[in-house]
Design a protein around this ligand. Structure first.
Ligand SMILES: [Zn+2]
Length: 161
């Protein structure tokens, strides 16, 4: 993600740099600075504030995943390559490709010592291969289930027992 991407997002909302700065609680020069950058650090304080003002969740990296409808590792790596460059790209790619010890409880009751699938917590025998829903129908099904779950949660919170 580049400064131009931030600028495009701002203009889509019809906001001036000062509008965005006010909403993000930043000085307008801070907005100006990041819009001028060739590479955006999603962990920078000001970038996080801008992301929140846009209604993005967590970080531009996360937003890129949402915008691309990332459902598997290959697509996520492609999104990272599109949005980021240099050291940051390498860091994010490492995060996606990282392998750890699985640690799932085996039938013997001991932790599994196999390496996880790249970017996941579990090995291929313990669910590491699963990438969630892939088809539009599957995605819609999960989205509906989550919508119902949150509706239930809100209803329970509004009227406890
Ligand atoms: Zn395992």
């Amino acid at each position: 993600m580049t400064g131009d991407d931030l600028k495009r997002e701002r203009l889509e909302r019809g906001w001036s740099q000062r509008d965005l700065a006010r909403r993000a609680g930043l000085h307008h020069r801070s907005v100006q600075y990041w819009e001028g950058q060739a590479e955006i650090d999603p962990l920078a304080h000001a970038v996080q504030a801008i992301a929140r003002a846009f209604g993005w969740r967590v970080s531009p990296h996360h937003y890129a995943r949402v915008r691309y409808g990332v459902l598997d590792r290959e697509a996520e790596l492609a999104a990272i390559d599109h949005y980021f460059a240099g050291a940051l790209r390498r860091r994010l790619r490492r995060m996606v490709n990282r392998r750890v010890i699985c640690g799932a409880k085996t039938r013997k009751g001991t932790p599994c010592r196999a390496k996880s699938e790249p970017g996941r917590k579990r090995c291929r025998f313990h669910g590491g291969k699963s990438t969630g829903p892939r088809t539009p129908k599957g995605v819609a099904r999960i989205a509906e289930a989550q919508r119902l779950r949150w509706a239930r949660w809100r209803a329970e919170r509004a009227a406890p027992e």
